[in-house]
Design a binder for this molecule. Structure first.
Ligand code: AHR
Length: 495
């Protein structure tokens, strides 16, 4: 394979990484909440009923922001059901995931747990079956200090200090026909605008995310985003993006390149937001919240299924290839760090989750956990503009794509390169030209790859796929030489 080359120049900066780029998502879906983060009967449960083994993994994963409670679930959710005495909370049918919702976990439990695991909550309001009044009430409940009906109710429920929730999503995927209360772009745009204004009257310090289209392959994309922003541009801070990928019909070559699609998706939404800015003569800039992204294989809900509490839904088991793709998607997010300020890996536990659990049993790291945790930990500082020279290959989905994808970051302690070799069978010789950053000598190479692309972690074998240490790395005269193993995600740290 012909070699690839990256030239690093610290003069040219894309932007500073917002740590909220490493967010995740907890939905009342399947076993994400119940027997996922929360299981009072579990041997590790804390005094609040949350699993300590899961909390430990969540802290290790490094998720500074957690979106909640949905997803599709939020479009039929009455947040009032989930606060107050547990014994008095109603059990409801959740129509989104055909499940029985006990409401044992609600806003107070989630926000308090989120802070305990070193994260901050990002709450979504229901704009499917509800509107501005319920949303403003929830902001008052969470963020108002006291002396009003909703804030005093929070205090009565045992939470004296406000939850101080900063980031709020104005509904979820409102263009999706699967969504309870889905809307046209004009209907949603008007409702989002009114709701945003009401919420901000309660707390002017909050940040608001308008729903963009549910995905780049939706027939509504990208007109939806433009119309919605035309309605609410001045009242929101972010527009949301969602995207999921999977290997289809054995076309691994295309699957490995799906970050190319993520790049195009992000660039199309940036262009759309900036078009609305220019058209409306707005001065401020709308940034992006990529608040659902991941690899996703299993089918959603079916009408034949019996109503159950915490059913086993979307419990995908991820392998090495999925981990490489997730690592590559993080590279795509970082490359757009100037505009993507928030992103949420969907989801955190069990339902397309980075962490898996068994009820009463173990919790373990899925393969995708590893590139995420390492990127969250070391992908800090500023993203540099880099020149990448790489061999190319042809894909059915995206045309010709580079074999190498990479991003370079600079922090106080050195330079970090995240790189993916998309070639399935050959290693890729890579040179990183560091002459513009003098004084760098020590380097380390960590990667996810290996002989068996189908290898996965399970409860019985939780350490089958772990990050490996690369060998043969050399730094000489300001140039680093390394071989990236076939189909691998790599982290190279130079200090
Ligand atoms: O993350 C799973 C589901 O995917 C979410 O509930 C929904 O927003 C999206 O379609």
């Amino acid at each position: 394979m012909s070699p690839a080359r990256i030239t690093v120049d610290p003069t040219f900066v894309v932007g500073e990484v917002d740590p909220r780029l490493y967010g995740s998502f907890v939905e009342h879906l399947g076993r994400c909440v119940y027997t996922g983060i929360y299981e009072p009967e579990h041997p590790t449960a804390d005094e609040h009923g949350f699993r300590a083994d899961v909390a430990e993994l969540v802290t290790e994963l490094g998720v500074p922001i957690l979106r909640y409670p949905g997803g599709n679930f939020v479009s039929g959710y009455r947040w009032e059901d989930g606060v107050g005495l547990r014994e008095s909370r109603p059990t409801r049918l959740d129509l989104a995931w055909r499940s029985i919702e006990t409401n044992a976990v609600g806003t107070d439990e989630f926000c308090t747990w989120t802070r305990r695991v070193g994260s901050e909550p990002m709450l979504a309001v229901n704009l499917g079956t509800r509107g501005a009044d319920a949303a403003a009430g929830l902001v008052e409940y969470c963020n108002h200090p006291g002396g009003t009906y909703w804030s005093d109710l929070r205090r009565k429920n045992g939470v004296s200090d406000p939850h101080a929730v900063k980031v709020w999503c104005l509904g979820n995927e409102m263009d999706g026909r699967w969504q309870v209360g889905h809307k046209s772009a004009d209907e949603y745009g008007r409702l989002a605008s009114q709701t945003a204004q009401a919420m901000r009257l309660v707390d002017p310090g909050i940040e608001l995310v308008a729903c963009g289209s549910s995905g780049p392959r939706m027939p509504t994309f990208p007109e939806w985003d433009a119309t919605v922003l035309e309605h609410c541009y001045e009242h929101v801070d972010y527009i949301s993006l969602h995207s999921y990928y999977q290997e289809r019909k054995g076309d691994r070559a295309s699957f490995l390149a799906c970050a190319v699609d993520m790049d195009r998706h992000i660039e199309a939404v940036v262009a759309t937001a900036d078009y609305v800015r220019a058209k409306g003569r707005h001065t401020k800039r709308i940034n992006l919240s990529f608040d659902e992204w991941n690899v996703w294989y299993s089918q959603g809900t079916t009408v034949e299924r019996a109503w159950e509490q915490a059913p086993r839904l979307l419990e995908d088991q991820y392998n090495v290839v999925d981990a490489v793709v997730v690592g590559n998607m993080l590279i795509s997010l970082l490359r757009h760090a100037d505009r993507v300020r928030i992103a949420c890996l969907a989801q955190l536990v069990n339902a397309i989750g980075a962490v898996r659990t068994e009820p009463g049993g173990p919790a373990w790291r899925q393969t995708i956990f590893h590139p995420f945790a390492l990127t969250s930990r070391y992908g800090r500082g500023v993203v540099l503009q880099t020149t990448i020279m790489s061999p190319h290959y042809e894909t059915d989905w995206f045309g010709e794509v580079p074999v190498l994808d990479a991003v370079v970051l600079r922090a106080d302690d050195g330079v970090t390169v995240f790189a993916v070799n998309r070639h399935q069978h050959e290693s890729l010789p890579l040179t990183v030209d560091l002459r513009a950053v003098p004084g760098l000598r020590r380097a380390s190479h960590t990667y996810i790859g290996g002989e068996d692309p189908a290898a996965a972690n399970t409860g019985a074998e939780p350490g089958r796929v772990v990050p490996l240490t690369g060998e043969g790395l050399a730094v000489d005269a300001g140039e680093l030489a390394v071989a990236l193993p076939p189909m691998s995600w790599n982290m190279i740290r130079i200090s």
